[in-house]
Every structure is written in C-alpha cells, then in structure tokens.
Design a protein around this ligand. Structure first.
Ligand code: TXD
Length: 308
C-alpha cells in the first residue's frame, strides 16, 4: 500500500508539490483547496500525465477534508498573498485564521499525521499549527531552511563554478530578513568555503541568499517562488517517508536548545518516520549565536500578536 500525503492549498506551491510527490512515487496525494474545482482540476490534469510520466501513485482533489482521511503527512500551503495596502500584520491575522481552520479539519480526519507548514509567515504559522493541533512538537514542523539553504548552496556553487550538489551549506533562524547563513559550517567538495572564497565574496553570497525570495518576487511581479519551495518540502517528505534520518534545516519547536524556549525557528534536525528524531545543536560562535537570537526575537514579536 502507498503512503498518503495531503496537500492543502492547490496554488503554485501546493500543486507543484503534489506533482513532485507522485512523479517521485513517494505517496498517493489528496489535494485540497477552498476554491471549487481548483484542486479537482489540477489533480485530474496531473493524473492524465501518468501514462507518459509512468507513475502509479494517485492524486485526488477537492474541497472536502474527507479526502485527506488517514494521511501520513499533511502539508499546508494555503493562504493569501499580501496585497497592496495590506500590512504584514494584516496578512498574519488572515493566514492565522485560515491555518487554524485547516488544522482543525485535518485533526478530525488524520489525528496522527505529521504536519509540515509552508504558509507564511512560516515560523509563526508553524507555532500556531502546533498550539492549535495539540500534536506533539516532533510531528509539527515548517519548511523554510531547506529552501533558504538550497538557494545558498546554488549561489555558492555559481561563485565556485562547481556542480550545485557539491556544496553543503546551511541557513538557520527565522524565514525572513534576519535569517542566519553559516559559512563556517559550509563546504564545497569537502573543503571549507572559508578557504575557497574571500570575505567579500562570502558576504555577497550571504546577502543574495537572504534576499532570495524577494529576488524571485521582483522578477515574477505577481506571485512568489514555487519550484524550489516545492522541491524543498518534497525533500523533507522523502526523508520522513523513507525514514532516511537526514539532517536538514527545518523550522522546529525549541525547548531550551540554543538557549531558546517555546519558539519555532530554523535549526538542523534529523528527519525520519516519526518526524523530528533529534534537534542538532551546532557549536555556534558568539556572532552566530547573537544573529540566531536576534532572528528569533523577531519571530517572537510576531508570535505575540497571535490570538488562538
Ligand atoms: O519557504 C517557504 N515556507 C515559502 C512559503 C516559500 C514559498 C511560498 N511561501 C508561502 O506559501 C506563500 O507566502 C504562501 O503563504 C504559501 C503558498 O504560496 P503559493 O505561491 O502556492 O500561493 P497561491 O498560489 O496563492 O496558493 C494558495 C492557495 C490558493 O489556491 C487558495 O485558494 C488556497 O491557498 N486557500 C485555501 N485552501 C484551503 N482552505 C483555505 N481556507 C484556503 N484559503 C486559501
């Protein structure tokens, strides 16, 4: 029997995530969206590619949460984008209402599933999903670090003229302007980045990675990135479903790790079949630690604005 993943939100990130999951034969997918016909139409369209792409996993789509019954993993990508005149706080309040309603529906049909949040503001929505669901924290996480780090790895590989998969690198902290690239923990073909690039080059790559999301928004004009975000969440799904226990930067609930308590933010975790097996505590230096705490304090300010 196939594993089952529900993707809520059949927009750019959600539909591409569903497509990647079945094309990689990882699981059957239930795709859910509030807009009538959207998830059903996209699910049918993807299924019609199955004879050509050669996958046997199935996607069904609709508005009814019954479709999501007994999912192993639920990915939440639903939300609204910021519109002109809407503040970040307005956006947070609207998406918080949407996420709360979705989590309540999910709990009814898949009480034991692992939850992966994608909706922005990511760290705040992950915290909210944890509090509303009552699910143990090792089964509620957010996707941002894999994406931010993939961007960082790609930009480093360009600077070094190397294949992207030769670069290992990590970005921690909140998913926003204060995220923390860690060049000291980054390598290319096994060699430390700090030996391969000078400080000015590293600074330039750090800055580009931190603004990676905005760069895409600027080019697209409407909408935001979805190819790399969907790849990133599917990589987390793979590590969970295949119990690979790979270490990836994910938005996780901290209870004292890195000196931070009762907060969701990006840290390296080991991801396996029960979700987060372990939070890895890197030996950060003074500046790295300060940057991480600064990033977390921004997340905490926004969490304080939540009512749940
Ligand atoms: O790194 C990351 N975490 C991110 C996050 C990377 C990229 C995108 N990031 C965020 O994901 C983005 O800021 C948004 O908050 C979400 C989804 O982005 P996407 O680009 O897929 O947005 P769309 O295309 O607008 O899709 C959102 C869908 C749309 O089809 C709505 O109809 C649906 O969400 N929606 C709902 N579905 C179910 N239930 C409810 N209530 C609902 N409300 C809206």
């Amino acid at each position: 029997m196939h594993n089952k993943v529900t993707v809520v939100g059949a927009g750019f990130v959600g539909a591409t995530t569903a497509q990647r999951i079945v094309e990689k034969s990882l699981a059957d997918v239930a795709l859910i969206d509030v807009v009538d016909g959207l998830a059903a139409g996209k699910a049918l369209d993807i299924m019609e590619s199955s004879p050509i792409e050669g996958f046997t996993c199935k996607i069904c789509g609709g508005t009814d949460y019954k479709l999501s019954e007994k999912s192993d993993i639920v990915i939440i990508t639903a939300g609204v984008a910021r519109k002109p005149g809407m503040s970040r706080d307005d956006l947070q309040a609207i998406n918080a209402r949407i996420v709360t309603e979705i989590v309540e529906n999910i709990k009814e049909f898949s009480p034991d599933s692992i939850l992966i949040m994608v909706t922005n503001p990511l760290d705040v929505m992950s915290y909210l999903a944890y509090k509303v669901s009552g699910t143990p924290s090792h089964k509620v996480m957010g996707m941002a670090g894999v994406l931010d780090s993939a961007r960082y790895r790609y930009f480093l590989s360009e600077a070094l003229c190397l294949a992207p998969d030769q670069v290992q690198a990590m970005i921690l902290g909140g998913h926003g302007d204060t995220m923390v690239p860690l060049p000291r923990f980054s390598t290319a073909s096994g060699r430390p980045i700090l030996e391969l690039l000078d400080q000015t080059q590293i600074e330039a790559v750090n800055e580009r990675a931190k603004k990676g999301g905005a760069e895409i928004v600027g080019l697209l004009k409407t909408g935001s990135a979805f190819y790399a975000p969907s790849s990133s969440v599917v990589d987390m799904v793979k590590s969970i479903l295949l119990d690979e226990a790979r270490v990836m930067p994910c938005c996780a609930y901290l209870q004292g790790e890195y000196g931070i308590d009762d907060l969701y933010c990006g840290v390296p975790v080991e991801l396996g079949k029960n979700g987060i097996k372990k939070i890895i505590q890197l030996d950060l230096d003074k500046k790295e630690k300060e940057d991480l705490l600064n990033s977390c304090s921004k997340v905490r300010e926004n969490i304080r604005k939540l009512s749940y």
